[in-house]
Design a protein around this ligand. Structure first.
Ligand code: GLN
Length: 380
């Protein structure tokens, strides 16, 4: 294996999902819904296939989807973007992140990330030869330590890679935090890569895209996808929105990574993004109910549950149960209790961090969530 990937193991999501199957455990680990996406979107995909939309798509996206992405972005942020020059469709947000990093970062460039972070960030930054600077968000609120950020962001910084609502903690960046980040970016001429795939799962506050702050659009790549919002994580449709001078780099990387994304699924994605506002309201309402079942349940079991404002994840402190660390706790939980969670220490640059925390997802039907809580109450 190439040196740049030597240190990475099989992704924690793959590891935990195979253990879930092996032990017949309830999987509250990997974040994928155990229910299906909406009928009208599935129908649109079937129609597109029947209508013969089955050959390579235009590299940067089928025109209808580029337009639907731009329209949705205008509704969400008020920003008017050119679907032809500023939107790039990719195979999931994970590819959009990779294309952004590989297309805009040179070997040796410094990139700031906020730990705990989604595991692909470190691997992709490593493929690009970036120098990673990690800042840790700490419980209970996982607030951005602004002074520490100021000490890390310098003229050598090329970009800040952020994620709001934040996986795994559920933290949402406040307007004040985003303003502080924006000031630093303007001062030191730094780019922002903002992963916003959980933007429609915002419960406690409104989601703010950093691109919408004064002066920020021109230095921001906003990354998003269809998977979480439409419960279609297997479709792998994502996109990057950025001004033309940044889109150029993203598109060049995308052109040689995957060239284009599944054509019929792009047509269906366009139909999805034109869903009425009531779709998004219902999604949020359903998820709020699921979240309550899981959070109340985990508290009743005896965990300290940290407040999560968005995403479909919550992070808890497992130390009341006396296990050595997060990995040992998750092993015990799978084998003795029959429930899967994700250890968070894999989401830090320094693996000594995050050992007291584990992540649970509530993107499962209510029955499944209740059964997981019952198992934990009985066996822990
Ligand atoms: N983003 C999802 C999670 O954090 C799944 C990621 C994956 O399986 N690669 O659980």
């Amino acid at each position: 294996i190439a040196k740049r990937l030597e240190k990475f193991k099989t992704t924690i999501f793959t590891q935990m999902s195979s253990l879930a199957i092996k032990h017949g455990a309830i999987n509250l680990g990997q974040g994928f819904p155990n229910f299906d996406g909406p009928e009208f979107v599935k129908e649109a995909a079937i129609e597109a296939i029947r209508a013969g939309k089955n050959q390579y798509a235009r590299g940067y996206g089928v025109p209808d989807l580029n337009s639907a992405v731009a329209d949705r972005f205008r509704l969400d942020t008020g920003l008017v973007v050119d679907p032809e020059k500023e939107v790039t469709v990719t195979s999931g947000c994970t590819e959009a992140i990779a294309a952004t990093i590989l297309g805009l970062i040179n070997p040796g460039d410094e990139v700031v990330v906020f730990a705990p972070f989604y595991d692909s960030y470190e691997a992709t930054l490593s493929m690009a030869g970036a120098k990673i600077k990690s800042i840790t968000l700490k419980p209970p609120n996982f607030s951005v330590p602004i002074d520490e950020l100021k000490s890390v962001v310098t003229k050598d910084t090329r970009a800040i890679l952020m994620n709001t609502p934040h996986n795994p903690t559920g933290k949402m960046f406040t307007r004040e935090e985003l303003e502080a980040i924006s000031l630093l970016c303007a001062e030191h001429d730094v780019l922002v890569f903002s992963d916003e795939v959980y933007d429609k799962l915002a419960f406690e506050m409104d989601h703010v895209s950093i691109a919408s702050l004064p002066g920020m659009y021109e230095r921001t790549v906003t990354l998003n996808s269809l998977g979480k919002t439409f419960s279609l994580t297997g479709w792998k449709i994502g996109w990057a929105i950025a001004p033309p001078h940044l889109t150029w780099g993203v598109r060049q990387a995308h052109a040689f990574l995957t060239f284009a994304t599944s054509t019929p699924m792009q047509h269906a994605a366009a139909a999805a993004l034109r869903a009425p506002e009531s779709y998004y309201e219902e999604l949020r309402r359903d998820y709020a109910a699921k979240k309550k079942i899981l959070v109340d349940g985990l508290e009743a079991v005896g965990f300290t549950v940290f407040p999560s404002s968005g995403t479909y994840f919550v992070v808890v402190d497992h130390t009341p149960f006396g296990m050595e660390n997060d990995v040992a706790f998750c092993e015990h939980l799978i084998k003795e209790v029959g429930v899967v969670a994700i250890p968070t220490s894999v989401f830090y640059l320094n693996p000594e961090e995050g050992k007291n925390l584990v992540r649970f997802t509530f993107c499962k039907d209510e029955e499944t969530l209740r059964s997981a809580v019952v198992r934990m109450k009985e066996k822990m």
